[in-house]
Design a protein around this ligand. Structure first.
Ligand code: PDD
Length: 285
């Protein structure tokens, strides 16, 4: 089945899609994006992803893009590819113009999408957990906007991999735990979950939101509050959440073993509950 691209209204094989070199996304990372997954042929939380995308467009002062237009473009690309477990990448940049930091407000946003099959995270990592490192958060202070400027995230992930870890977790100058390079972070202590509150320092993850919803449904206590790297080291369980990550157990942070180094029961329970939710409550059938 084909990996496809959508380029301003046209669908084509990915390797045939081209954008002009003066696209501001290319030169200034002046772009926002979303990454949406499907489960058994149904997109998970499409509307929530579109809400977040529109938040980014608004905050950066882009020309608005009607939601029905985006919705139908996504649906067409998704259906044409036909993957049961698809990952749809959507990128909107401010437009194409001769290079200049200032921009005209009349630019036409460029809409690019790709669809590929999601490669499953290896079962060993899901079953036994991952090792992570913490890194100083060097990113800008509007991480609530899902912009394409991901260099700090890429460098942090690469640093983790190069040193034999699976991922990196951003911490502030004061050692506040922010989020992963492409995920949110949860700590569990005494049966209670804690995750960073929704501030401009983190992305409001759609999976994070689904997990908090699940906690409410099954009666798990949680708090959206700041916690430190020391709190992370001392937690009973730690996990990452994200669209591809889902709920991924963390068994090590900076060479500290979390609890006894095993995957905790709440992490397992939430992974199963998220999978069930993804199949039960699709946005698009
Ligand atoms: N990233 N935090 C960051 C910095 C992220 O990049 C992501 C997701 C998340 C989790 O958000 P969600 O649950 O909505 O996927 C948190 C996507 C998957 C990416 O960059 O491809």
């Amino acid at each position: 089945m084909p990996d496809l691209a959508y380029l301003n209204g046209e669908i084509m094989p990915i390797d045939q899609a081209r954008v002009p070199i003066e696209d501001r996304g290319y030169q200034f990372a002046d772009g926002v994006y979303e990454y949406i997954a499907s489960y058994e042929g149904r997109l998970f939380r499409l509307e929530a992803h579109l809400d977040r995308l529109e938040h980014g467009l608004r905050e950066l002062g882009y020309a608005p893009i009607p939601r029905p237009h985006l919705r139908s473009a996504i649906a067409e690309l998704f259906q044409r590819a036909g993957y049961a477990r698809a990952g749809i990448y959507i990128q909107i940049t401010r437009g194409v113009a001769p290079r200049n930091h200032a921009f005209a407000t009349t630019l036409t946003p460029q809409i690019v999408m790709t669809v590929r099959e999601i490669k499953a995270i290896p079962a060993d990592l899901r079953d036994n957990g991952i090792q992570t490192i913490t890194v100083r958060d060097l990113r800008w202070s509007r991480c609530d906007i899902k912009t394409t400027q991901l260099l700090a995230n890429c460098l942090a992930k690469q640093k983790a991999l190069a040193s034999g870890y699976y991922d990196a977790i951003f911490v502030s100058d004061q050692d506040i735990v922010r989020e992963g390079t492409s995920s949110n972070v949860f700590a569990v202590s005494n049966g209670r979950l804690t995750t960073h509150p929704l501030t401009p320092h983190i992305l409001p993850g759609i999976t994070r939101m689904a997990i908090l919803e699940i906690c409410g449904e099954i009666g798990l206590e949680f708090s959206e509050s700041f916690f430190t790297r020391e709190n992370l080291y001392a937690a009973d369980e730690v996990f990452l959440s994200g669209t591809v990550t889902e709920v991924l157990p963390v068994i090590g942070v900076d060479d500290r073993i979390i609890a006894n180094g095993g995957v905790g029961p709440i992490t397992r329970q939430l992974y199963a509950a998220l999978g069930a939710k993804a199949l039960d409550r699709p946005d698009v059938r």
